[in-house]
Design a protein around this ligand. Sequence first.
Ligand SMILES: [Fe+2]
Length: 348
Amino acid sequence: MKLFILFTFTAVLLSCGNPSSESTTEGAGAEEKTVTLYTHRHYDVDKEIYAAFEKETGIEVNVVKAGADELIQKMEIEGDQSPADLLLTVDAGRLVRAHEKGLLQPITSDVVSGSIPAYLRAEDDSWVGLTKRARVIVYHPDRVDTSKLSTYEALVDPEWKGRILIRSSGNIYNQSLLASIVAHAGEDAAKTWAEGMVTNFARRPKGNDRDQVKAILAGEGDLAVINTYYLGLLRNATDEQSAKAGNAVKIFFPNQDGRGTHVNISGIGLAKYAPHAEAATRLIEYLASKPVQERFASINYEYPANPEAKISEELESWGSFKEDKLPLTKLGEMNRAAVMTFDVAGWE
Ligand SMILES: [Fe+2]
């Protein structure tokens, strides 16, 4: 497996205009033996899955890793010369953006549409969700009275002043959460919420989701808003501090009496100019299949998008919850409004 890690946009630019040699040597109808995957995912399990796919099909997976924005920009610059067959992101918003820019094409596969429910797919099937992640509240049970927890909206109550930990507004997970509030309640309500959250911050936003949980353990705050899989990763981490932080907190699924907990996806889109659309479709089918979904999702503590796939024991222990079924395209459509709202609210 070839692995190219692009750290900077300079590297992205340098690599432009060099379509893979495979695409020039393969004629139409020839069996495609390679697929190029642009991915923003940064989890160890992925590598293992691609290796298994290679072994099973003989199709080599060329992985190009970078941030989703960089990858989208790269695809735009490369245009119809792009070697990208697939774009894999860690949120729906970026897939919607890529689609709006005309960088994707519909995935034609009954296997895929039969495996992944419609609400986790683009209307024209140009992208599909592969795993789900819920953005939840985690809290220290000795310092938080659970009867006071209810919704994202209730976190702006004076009760929580100086107690909330959450990462910066530049992060797509927060942008999508706020985009969902814009979609449900409008921009004014979203602004009021963002301002109220800022008032209740325990500290200036810094670090990633895992750092917020470690800060609860350190006593810097009492609750945090994080993606579910980070709790699984912390609890099962080999380093003691991470495991200690993960086990010090409990999980709470907000908005259960209303619209449900905000859920985002890690999903995959088929590139408009995919030189190997057939092999790419095979990889999507593979990733959507029950056994691979069980592995793909459970090792990283994500929820499988394929409802046939079983969830891991760790996730089982968190209990079932009601998901916000807002169409995921809304997260992309409302992203700009969310980013502007964060700015106005002073959420760094
Ligand atoms: Fe993540």
